[in-house]
Design a protein around this ligand. Sequence first.
Ligand code: HEC
Length: 117
Amino acid sequence: MFRIALLASLAAVVVTAGVALAAGNPAAGKKVYAANGCGACHTFKPAGSKGTIGPALTKVRLTADAKRAKQPLTTFIRMSIVKPKAFVAKGYKPVMPSFAKLSKKQLDDLVAFIAKG
Ligand code: HEC
């Protein structure tokens, strides 16, 4: 009995840690956003940026475009950063450079920052 309870709580710890890792750290993502000049082209309130070359990164807009691209929100945001030409937002030119050179951690953090809104 005790053993089963122990195993169950261990499994819960492993699952929780896995989710936390996959989710990224929004505060660290804010620095990645600033360091890579995303704000020069995007308006995004949590970053205080006011660029207008690309769309404003609001939750309403990103959720709608993720739906159009038939992807979950975080998958869509990640794809938009790594392969911007795979889905070009309506009314905008495909001028966003790819940021595929970012590390996995930088990407996880950046995606978490943008998805949090
Ligand atoms: C040179 C200007 C420019 C820079 C720099 C830039 N973007 Fe973009 N971005 C755009 C444009 C233009 C679009 C719309 C066209 C498209 O979808 O490719 C876009 C689209 C997006 C989208 C999808 C929006 C939607 O609703 O479809 C996301 C998310 C995004 N950018 C995030 C970022 C992040 C994060 C960075 C920094 C790592 C960044 N962008 C840097 C110009 C830029």
